[in-house]
Design a protein around this ligand. Structure first.
Ligand SMILES: C[S@@+](CC[C@H](N)C(=O)[O-])C[C@H]1O[C@@H](n2cnc3c(N)ncnc32)[C@H](O)[C@@H]1O
Length: 260
């Protein structure tokens, strides 16, 4: 734990919201066994081909190497569309936006500003094309696509009311293909760096919210623990069980301790 986080944890140790946060963490499932995670995340054979994707009435071209959205992605997309994740009239950061469906939906919902980041230039090209085609110029909505390692390219001083992240945090390295690793299994480090940047660069508005998806194929307990140590209080917005396996996927809303 960093010095700043240690101090923050010590200062908030008696805070009931923090006690509840740690109690919530205790209820989360442990990470699945390695062999189960590897079997569940067999790389898709068509990743390096040109694909198409449809969300509601919108069509997307998916270039080689770009992540094809799945059920987990749609947990965020659907909630931006129906307003459960409220972006209208707010500034929004879509981290690891991939194909950019969340940026498109946020544009249609009237976010004031959308910063959409991905480390993969091809993903940023695809999201920019989709945004310009589907949303286009819209009074009161600015779109900023960035090729960016997490928030590195985002200008200093930016602050967001809403941040979403469906991180490639699967614990086991399921392939040697760098595109698979980037899309799926970077591990817990990407989550730690994400929370570090949000805190150290003060990227979240005082009453802002981070929506973060993670399953028990990742180190969910350690990720949530790290977020609490970093000054966030998690709330479970949705828990998804699947018929076919033992995966449990959680959508968390995280706010700063001071905002709870
Ligand atoms: C699981 S996919 C999610 C894509 C999209 N948000 C969705 O839900 O369909 C993870 C995305 O994170 C991107 N990514 C991986 N490492 C990153 C980093 N260090 N900074 C920014 N984006 C990153 C990948 O390129 C990929 O597009």
């Amino acid at each position: 734990m960093g010095e700043q986080n240690r101090m923050r944890t010590a200062l908030s140790a008696g805070d009931p919201a923090v006690a509840r946060a740690w109690a919530l963490r205790e209820t989360l499932p442990p990470t699945l066994p390695a062999d189960e995670i590897i079997a569940l995340n067999a790389p898709k054979a068509d990743l390096h081909t040109r694909r198409t994707y449809a969300y509601r009435d919108w069509k997307f071209e998916v270039p080689p190497g770009v992540f094809l959205p799945g059920e987990t992605s749609r947990m965020i997309h659907d909630r931006i569309l129906d307003g459960t994740i409220p972006v209208s009239g707010r500034s929004y950061a879509a981290m690891g936006a991939g194909l950019g469906v969340e940026a498109v939906v946020a544009g249609l919902r009237g976010a004031t500003e959308i910063h959409a980041m991905d480390v993969d230039p091809e993903s940023v090209r695809a999201m920019t094309e989709a945004y310009e085609r589907i949303v286009g110029d819209r009074p009161g909505t600015l779109f900023h696509p960035w090729v960016s390692d997490l928030f590195d390219s985002v200008p200093d001083g930016a602050r967001f009311d809403v941040v979403t992240f469906n991180p490639p945090a699967v614990r086991e390295t399921v392939s040697e293909d760098p595109a698979v690793v980037r899309n799926v299994c970077v591990g817990i480090g990407i989550a730690r760096r994400f929370f570090d940047q949000v805190v150290h660069r003060d990227l979240l508005a005082d009453d802002g919210e981070v929506y973060f998806i993670v399953s028990n194929t990742s180190e969910m307990r350690n990720i949530v623990g790290y977020a609490i140590e970093s000054g966030f209080v998690p709330e479970v917005i949705h828990r998804q069980l699947w018929d076919t396996d033992n995966v449990q996927t959680f959508l968390f809303k995280l706010r700063r301790i001071a905002a709870v």
